[in-house]
Design a protein around this ligand. Structure first.
Ligand code: SAM
Length: 257
């Protein structure tokens, strides 16, 4: 297993582990760093998650919760209890501040930890969320690791990306849709819903504006690290092209058997 800094930088589409300590600074003006919270809120709203009477208090686990963008909104709107874990202390501090700014800090618990080891200690959650956090390998291995955290009949929400079948594009870390589907079939889960996210360009254009400004500030402050910051912008541009033009961003709602 690589070290947690490398894992964090990988999920933030960077290359150099040294970037890790600068990520909270670079993303300080950006709230949506992974999944669009509205997509996940819609799953609760549409009652596809079985037990969502307003009075049902669900226990929700948000693995790699980042700044709490997704789960704090769930706490605010539905009053569910959140346990969010992320490896980056700066993001967890942002999540704590975000939960208090929305008046739901008593519903939200956050911890700085490596989810790759932490998952083995967790069980009995009604819902587990893993959005834009590809740290457990392919879909089969991801479900093998996270489904023990969820009650039988509980739900798993995975925000991910796939490549449509019958295209020429390949990427070493992104599966074909048919591969994902066959691994879902092999896993003890039922697919309840699949939602595609088409609006990525707008979100990314907005994020880029802020990130470029912060990166320029960092380059002035740490000129000897300018190449690390420049290469981050380049790798962000490359992955944005992959997301916009060659892949589908998807949220899977799965129910554990
Ligand atoms: C793209 S962000 C997604 C954040 C959040 N899930 C969302 O959708 O807004 C990926 C997150 O995974 C976290 N992460 C990556 N590897 C991790 C690990 N091994 N343990 C804990 N957190 C990790 C990063 O720190 C980052 O906050």
């Amino acid at each position: 297993m690589n070290d947690v800094k490398k894992s964090i930088v990988d999920t933030m589409d960077g290359i150099d582990g040294e970037l890790c300590e600068f990520l909270p600074y670079i993303f300080q003006d950006v709230l949506v760093i992974g999944c669009c919270p509205e997509l996940i809120l819609d799953l609760f709203e549409s009652k596809k998650i079985g037990y969502t009477n307003k009075s049902d208090k669900l226990k929700i686990l948000d693995l790699g919760c980042g700044k709490g963008t997704v789960s704090v909104r769930i706490a605010e709107k539905y009053g569910h209890e959140i346990y969010g874990i992320d490896g980056l202390n700066g993001f967890i501090q942002d999540a704590i501040n975000y939960s208090s700014s929305l008046g739901v800090s008593e519903l939200c618990n956050f911890k700085v930890a490596d989810i790759r080891t932490e998952v083995d200690l967790l069980m009995d959650y009604d819902v587990a969320i893993l959005c834009a956090v590809e740290v457990f390998g392919d879909m089969y291995n991801t479900l093998k690791r996270i489904s023990p955290c969820v009650k039988s009949g509980g739900y798993i929400i995975i925000g991910s990306v796939y490549i449509e079948d019958h295209t020429d594009f390949t990427h070493p870390e992104i599966q074909l849709r048919s591969e994902v589907l066959s691994q879902l079939e092999e896993s003890p889960v039922k697919i309840i819903d699949e939602i595609l996210f088409d609006n990525i360009k707008d979100v990314q254009d907005e994020n880029f504006k802020f990130m470029r400004k912060r990166i320029e500030e960092l380059k002035k402050k740490h000129p000897h690290k300018a190449d690390i910051f420049d290469s981050y912008i380049l790798s962000q541009e490359e992955i944005c092209d992959v997301y916009e033009n060659h892949t589908k961003l998807v949220v899977w709602l799965l129910q554990k058997e």
